[in-house]
Write a protein that binds this ligand. Structure first.
Ligand code: THU
Length: 131
């Protein structure tokens, strides 16, 4: 059993730091590492829209920069009608380190959707570098 509650709490707090003046859609993410640490991220948008970084990738890069690459669970929180799962780019980045990562998505009303990177992104390495 995965204890997602502390991760969901951390993701909800991280969401409050989101910089999302263009979409007005704030997202928070929290990633647990094997060592038990939690790394958080929020989306950071840019006037040049394509430069926007999602909450999930922000959390991954923060963990990797701190020397942590073994991820055991991810939580994502947004103010959406349905809980949101990581976008395709984030799925690919998460699969680099944790292809079977459990993912818990929630909205602010408490609706929860549990999935995994394996389910969200099957065969993540196909076609890449001839693999
Ligand atoms: N976004 C995330 O940060 N994570 C998701 O899982 C969904 C999308 C951000 C990107 C952009 O800043 C805004 O939400 C709207 O797509």
């Amino acid at each position: 059993m995965n204890d997602f509650q502390p991760l969901l709490d951390a993701a909800r707090l991280a969401r409050e730091q989101a910089y999302a003046p263009y979409s007005r859609f704030a997202v928070g993410a929290a990633l647990r590492t094997k060592s038990g640490r939690i790394f958080t991220g929020c989306n950071v948008e840019n006037l040049s829209f394509g430069l926007t970084i999602c909450a999930e990738r922000s959390a991954v890069f923060s963990a990797v920069a701190a020397g942590e690459r073994d991820f055991t669970a991810l939580a994502v929180v947004a103010d959406s009608r349905q809980p949101v799962t990581p976008c395709g780019a984030c799925r690919q980045v998460l699969a680099e380190f944790a292809p079977a990562l459990p993912v818990c998505s929630a909205n602010l009303q408490g609706a929860v959707f549990e999935s995994s990177i394996a389910e969200l992104l099957p065969r993540p390495k196909e076609g890449i570098l001839g693999t």
